[in-house]
Design a protein around this ligand. Structure first.
Ligand SMILES: *Cc1c(COP(=O)(O)O)cnc(C)c1O
Length: 442
């Protein structure tokens, strides 16, 4: 099919994420290698551009990475899929052992899920089963942070921000949950994160009050550690994690860290939880787990929680998807984790420094409200909602693929991005904003 045919035949046939069938412009992908995407627009224009999104934060090692391609090829030559009920295989054992080794001590048991959202669903069920097993069947709710995002399936939707999320569109369908105010903002300062101590103290007081009030009806607390991603790329004070860890322990709640966006070094620590030196009871990973090659999520559970479930009536975790532990996904995840371990500690600080330099000229544009960088995440926040089709196109003209949302034009570049790639991504983003909103940034 010619790219023009792909674009024309897609219309009215396929839904794209959160877009109408006859939605905004689409671009057809004709190739991808390293940090580069080859795209064709509906007007026939071709673009060879750097991917600033890592395909929604997943493609850490670039497209057609030879080691990842080889891992999949080798596994295809053995077997591509087998059921996980009653069967096991080397790729699943290997990836689970690696996850246990990479997650904080005490997280020792792994459930393989099909995606991030499914990992969140499983984590929520772990918490509910845990409370049931302890004779607290009334503890079925959850406490989450305002401004959070945890996925699009029902349980995950329920713990997303109740205003920005889909609660209003699905009244009486999405379960009502309890929410804490967003923790105070934090920003990079020296080796760490800084925040306003007065704001932190008052947030802690409020958190203590809310947890005490809801503890007898919630099974757990779920958070995206330190960086709320899809909820607005907001960085918050790690003290909040420390307090939630303390409160979860005190009230017998399961602390779930949703590291689907923050895991594997993206924020400058291996896990976002590491900023607070906090060990959750349950950790969810996804997105970058396979280096963006296949869909795969995982839930890593502490021994005390797993032991309670093991002693419960069913003894099992009540979940088991058809494609659980898919061997191709597990094999490529193992290969990707090896690459992450070999490179993240050098690459993420390098990317952070490069993004600070490359994005700071945006501060001179009058439409820009804030520029912030944490690890391999760089954000230009505008004072108004982004004109997404125009900024997307302007960025393509400047050699960069971005996918803005709300007021944000942001990048989560692949870890393999060179310094030249990062300079070009930053310059392209700044120029695109200047092209659409006026002003020049030197
Ligand atoms: C993307 C994301 C999810 C959902 O993952 P999917 O693979 O899209 O289902 C959950 N939590 C966080 C923090 C995410 O960023």
């Amino acid at each position: 099919m010619e790219p023009a045919d792909v674009l024309a035949r897609d219309r009215g046939l396929l839904w794209h994420p959160y877009a109408p069938l006859d939605g905004p412009p689409l671009y057809a992908v004709t190739g991808a290698a390293g940090v580069w995407l080859d795209l064709v627009a509906e007007d026939g224009q071709q673009f060879h551009v750097r991917d600033a999104m890592s395909s929604w934060w997943a493609v850490l090692h670039g497209y057609r990475n030879p080691l990842l391609d080889k891992a999949i090829h080798d596994q295809v030559d053995r077997f591509s899929h087998v059921m996980f009920g009653g069967l096991t295989h080397e790729p699943a054992v290997r990836v689970a052992e690696k996850l246990v080794a990479l997650t904080p001590a005490g997280l020792d048991h792994v459930f393989l899920a099909d995606s991030g959202s499914v990992a969140v669903e499983v984590a929520l069920k772990v918490a509910v089963q845990y409370q049931q097993a302890l004779g607290r069947p009334e503890r079925t709710g959850f406490l989450a942070l305002r401004g959070g995002y945890h996925g699009d399936t029902l349980g995950a939707m329920s713990v997303c921000d109740p205003v920005d999320g889909m609660h209003a569109d699905f009244p009486d369908y999405v379960p009502a949950q309890s929410f804490l105010l967003r923790p105070p903002r934090a920003w990079r300062a020296g080796e760490g994160l800084a925040s306003d101590p007065v704001e932190v103290a008052s947030w802690i007081t409020e958190a203590e009050r809310v947890v005490a009030e809801v503890a007898d009806r919630v099974a757990g607390i779920i958070v995206e550690p330190v960086l709320q991603g899809a909820g607005g790329m907001v960085v918050y004070a790690p003290e909040a994690l420390v307090v939630l860890r303390r409160l979860a322990t005190a009230y017998g709640l399961v602390l779930i860290a949703d590291e689907i966006a923050t895991g594997f070094g993206r924020t400058g620590r291996f896990f976002g939880s590491d900023w607070g030196a906090v060990v959750p009871d349950v950790m969810c990973v996804g997105k970058a787990l396979t280096g963006g090659m296949m869909t795969l999520g995982a839930v890593v559970v502490s021994s005390p929680v797993a032991e309670v479930i093991a002693a419960s009536r069913h003894r099992a975790l009540l979940h088991g998807p058809t494609f659980m532990g898919n061997p191709l996904a597990c094999a490529v995840a193992s290969a990707s984790l090896d690459l992450v371990v070999a490179g993240w500690a050098q690459n993420v600080p390098r990317i952070e420094a490069a993004l600070v330099t490359a994005l700071s000229p945006a501060c001179e544009l009058s439409v820009v409200r804030e520029v912030r960088v944490l690890g391999a995440v760089g954000v230009i926040e505008l004072a108004e909602s982004v004109d997404i089709p125009r900024v997307t196109r302007a960025a393509l003209e400047r050699g960069v693929w971005v996918r803005p949302f709300r007021r944000l034009v942001y990048t989560m570049p692949p870890y393999i991005s060179s310094d030249a790639d990062l300079a070009a991504i930053g310059a392209g983003m700044v120029s695109a904003v200047a092209d659409v909103y006026g002003g020049s940034a030197s």
